[in-house]
Design a protein around this ligand. Structure first.
Ligand code: ZN
Length: 490
């Protein structure tokens, strides 16, 4: 999705070896152990809460912040890392000034005055500032400067440009994000807007996410927005926000994102109760053409609506609230659990709208990709970091879901679809966990089927593929295809 240097496995192993965690007073690892992104996240502690108190000046892109992290050590630590790219002025650990150093592309090494014991509660306060659009890691910035402000929404990278964190989805935490911006400008983040107050020309917006959230699902947008509030039929508060600067995309954006409440209630009938206290979506005046399932406050680029409304993309991002946000991937290689199911939800929406059944969409995808198409070389179950958001993760990923449905039948399938988000609500899970769960619900062994569809290069034989008949393009196909660039940042 983005230009990025991938640290070699050998180098990653060396980094882990020089940073052994676990011994008394050891140095916390500089990565969380993710094979795809060895330097993302850190070792030695778990964060339970982020309190971010920010001030942002749209005219200059200047961001100032104080981040307070509540964490618990998982090892005795003489030193530990956070992931961060802006300039740090001061760090305190448990109320005492700590030494700190910026190293690597996005590491902040913190040395408390005294070693921390294993299982100790730790409060870390980091004061910082910077102009995020000018700060790069691996040669890029994920911060999107807009004519009236800036936006942080990116996967997997986004947090480094606005708050220090343990930047890996395996360490989820609750968030309070309070942002001061000049009067007349709005600030948007995840969850509920719990207060808004103005003083001396500045307005403070305070947002609260009360359920565990992965760091890449945290978002911040500052700009001139119109913010709308409503409540869904089932009672979920909805907040939507639109840049005042969407031009000719404004109508189509509202006609799509404005249906967030209705589509959330519809998805609840398939995926179980909506997992969060609030739901929403915002459309800033950014340029890249992607969307991201930022938790309970989805990010949509206006370009998605440049050829008209698209409810399919809203269904995709809202389905992630169950598949990806509430149940998060344990490692980035588990991406099929996010994208295969979010894409499949689009197929179910098509079915609901009488624009082609999921089976017809599966037939269409299967038949439109010849056996020698490189599409079939990408493994949705382990696509590698460079192909993490390849179309095959979505389309072949959804074909795998349809193959599962055909193998276990509709009754067991929809029980799995609804039961999985309840089974791991607010936690993390792997593809192997999913297999065990689906086998338990259906009573059928699924190893061969998942091996074929997720882990084997080449076009699966028609025997395990959806039933082939005369295949025509489903009505919904163009709208679904228009969402193929969902995660392409550039
Ligand atoms: Zn997605």
């Amino acid at each position: 999705m983005r230009k990025r240097l991938t640290v070699s496995a050998a180098l990653a192993a060396a980094l882990l070896l020089t940073n052994p965690a676990g011994a008394a007073g050891a140095v916390g690892a500089s990565g969380a152990g993710d094979v795809y992104y060895p330097q993302y996240g850190n070792g030695g502690y778990d964060v339970s809460h982020y309190d971010l108190r920010l001030k942002y000046q749209p005219a200059t892109d200047q961001l100032e912040g104080t981040a307070t992290l509540l964490a618990t050590t998982t090892a005795a630590l003489s030193r530990f890392n956070l992931d961060f790219a802006l300039t740090v002025q001061d760090v305190q650990v448990n109320g005492r000034k700590a030494r700190f150093a910026a190293t690597g592309e996005h590491e902040l090494e913190i040395t408390p005055v005294a070693s921390l014991g294993k299982g100790e509660r730790v409060t870390v306060v980091v004061r910082y500032s910077g102009v995020p659009s000018t700060v790069t890691a691996y040669g890029f910035t994920a911060w999107q400067r807009t004519p009236d402000g800036g936006v942080a929404a990116g996967e997997p990278e986004s947090a480094w440009w606005w708050f220090p964190s343990n930047d890996h989805p395996s360490d989820k935490a609750t968030f309070d994000v309070s942002v001061q911006v000049p009067d007349g400008t709005q600030a948007i983040s995840n969850g509920a807007l719990v207060s808004q107050s103005s003083r001396l020309g500045w307005t403070r917006y305070s947002w609260r996410q009360t359920k565990p959230q992965a760091t890449y699902l945290a978002t911040l947008a500052v700009g001139r927005f119109e913010i709308d509030s409503s409540v869904t039929e089932s009672g979920i508060p909805v907040t939507t926000a639109y840049s005042r600067d969407l031009g000719e995309n404004a109508g189509a954006a509202r006609a799509s994102v404005g249906r967030t409440g209705e589509l959330t209630d519809w998805l609840s009938t398939l995926l179980g109760p909506y997992p969060f206290a609030t739901v929403g979506g915002y459309v800033p005046n950014t340029r890249p053409g992607y969307a991201l399932e930022t938790q309970s406050q989805v990010y949509y680029s206006p370009r998605i609506f440049s050829s008209g409304s698209n409810t399919s993309v809203v269904v995709h991002e809202l389905a992630h609230q169950w598949y990806g946000d509430s149940v998060s991937l344990e490692r980035w290689s588990d991406i099929w659990l996010n994208e295969g199911f979010a894409r499949y939800a689009q197929w179910l929406w098509s079915e609901h709208e009488n624009e082609g059944t999921a089976q017809e969409l599966a037939d269409w995808v299967y038949s439109s990709k010849p056996a020698d198409d490189p599409f079939w070389t990408v493994l949705p179950g382990d696509p590698g970091p460079d192909n993490q958001f390849h179309a095959a993760v979505y389309d072949r990923g959804a074909l795998a879901v349809q193959a599962l449905r055909n193998a276990i039948g509709d009754e067991a399938f929809f029980t799995v679809l609804r039961g999985w988000p309840a089974e791991h609500r607010y936690g993390n899970a792997t593809v192997a966990d999913f297999r065990r769960y689906a086998e338990q619900v259906s009573g059928k062994p699924l190893g061969d089927l998942l091996q074929t569809w997720l882990y084997t290069a080449g076009k699966p034989a028609a025997g395990t593929a959806p039933a082939l008949k005369a295949v025509t393009e489903p009505k919904s196909w163009q709208q679904i295809k228009a969402t193929d660039t969902l995660h392409d940042a550039h």
